[in-house]
Design a protein around this ligand. Structure first.
Ligand SMILES: [Zn+2]
Length: 429
């Protein structure tokens, strides 16, 4: 499907309607920031979902609330509530879906402002989650309304979802929506996730993640006679030494062709996330040789590396220690695997969106990929929608910081880009 030609006059009318709707958009965003949907633990998700749902309903969408029934994180105290709105065009396809997560990370230290007051100062709106990514939700909702107020009717279908738990993996959020069939290639042609991408970047995808746990096993003995036991901590030390001095230098030579930002994240990497073993740190110590130790690792891998290769490299290292020392006993456990995703930049969605960025912002779109993952993995891997990117207002560098803010200009610019993208992809009557 190629993008529809829309006259310059129509596009101007749409942009001027975005300007006119600005105050309403910002006041909606302020209301949304004032609901502290902090995750963990997942506070006020129902209130957050309803605020978005009520706005979508006013703008003519059919609304559904989707609770993540059956998921362990969906509890009475902290229900996982997602909101899904659909506005049918004169045709059901093509269909463009905007998704934004409305959970925000905890406030943390160092704020000089009330993190949930949504105060405006010098053209910036301040608050936890404003950049990441409530501004994106406001922008996509009001972008489509501006098209309507310009007197136009979209030919294809627009959907908007507000989802939960992105900050903790998105399993009760976008993954759940995809598994339950709310998102899928049989329904959706294009998905834009409205994460902060600095207004002119398009995030095509992200690196892969392999979280794993290595546990080493020894034999307990009295600490005054360690020769009678086998220290699991000594075994772990050997492996950690190998990770630091053999594996890390090897990974530092592997660079991806994918435009990951920041550029230093273009290399494969590993981080030791946690180390455990022996007796608990708190409490009385008794003299013992540790019979169990271990560590949790966070390995980020590139599109150019296969997961089998990544995992194989770890088990080969462990086997090397075992063959050198028959007492070296270990278990390797996979905790989480996320494969890298990357949307083809020649697809209609990316081409149209980048054209609209050029047109509205007056600068060329920058293609990027994320060092960490976000909900795109679920859209691509579970819902099987190939044309999915992240695009939205707000500075990625502002995400999770104290005094988080988003520039109002950027929200307006992004909303214009989203509106023009929608009319070009879906067509207008
Ligand atoms: Zn985010």
């Amino acid at each position: 499907m190629a993008a529809t030609e829309v006259s310059a006059k129509t596009q101007e009318a749409i942009c001027s309607n975005v300007d006119q709707i600005q105050d309403e958009m910002i006041s909606f965003l302020q209301d949304l920031v004032r609901v502290p949907t902090v995750n963990p633990p997942g506070d006020l998700y129902r209130e957050g979902a309803e605020l978005i749902g009520d706005q979508l309903k006013k703008f003519g969408y059919e609304i559904n609330y989707i609770t993540a029934d059956g998921m362990k994180e969906h509890t009475q105290a902290h229900p996982r509530v997602n909101v899904f709105g659909r506005m049918k065009g004169t045709a059901s396809r093509p269909s463009l879906h905007f998704n934004g997560h409305f959970d925000v990370v905890p406030v943390g230290y160092g704020w000089t402002r009330d993190p949930f007051a949504a105060a405006i100062e010098d053209g910036k709106i301040y608050g936890r989650g404003v950049s990441d990514q409530k501004a994106g939700i406001a922008a996509s909702i009001f972008a489509i309304e501006a098209v309507k107020r310009a007197g136009l009717k979209l030919r294809g279908t627009v959907e908007q979802s507000g989802s939960v738990d992105e900050e903790s993996g998105g399993f009760a959020g976008v993954a759940y929506l995809a598994k339950q069939g709310w998102l899928g290639k049989d329904k959706n042609d294009y998905v834009i996730i409205t994460e902060p991408t600095d207004t002119n970047h398009i995030y095509l995808g992200h690196r892969g993640v392999y979280w794993f746990k290595v546990t080493t096993h020894g034999r307990i003995a009295h600490g005054s006679m360690p020769h009678l036991g086998v220290s699991a901590i000594d075994h772990l030390t050997d492996f950690l030494h190998g990770v630091t001095h053999e594996l890390k230098p090897k990974l530092a030579t592997r660079k991806t062709e994918v435009p990951v930002q920041p550029p230093k994240s273009r290399y494969a990497s590993i981080n030791v996330n946690a180390v455990f073993g022996g007796q608990p740190e708190e409490g009385t110590q008794t003299p013992c040789v540790a019979d169990r130790s271990g560590a949790i690792f966070d390995r980020r891998f590139l599109s150019e590396e296969s997961f089998d290769q990544v995992r194989g490299e770890i088990s080969e290292m462990l086997e090397k220690y075992r063959s050198a020392n028959p007492e070296f006993k270990y278990t390797l456990e996979d905790l989480m695997v996320v494969h890298p995703v990357q949307t083809d930049r020649s697809c209609d969605l990316v081409q149209t969106l980048s054209g609209c960025i050029q047109q509205v912002a007056g600068t060329e779109a920058v293609f990027a990929a994320s060092p960490g993952t976000y909900d795109q993995k679920h859209v691509v891997r579970i819902a099987n929608v190939a044309q999915c990117v992240a695009y939205g207002p707000g500075l990625l560098a502002q995400a999770h910081l104290p005094d988080e803010y988003c520039r109002i200009d950027d929200i307006v610019t992004s909303a214009k880009v989203m509106a023009l993208t929608a009319v070009q992809l879906l067509g207008v009557e």
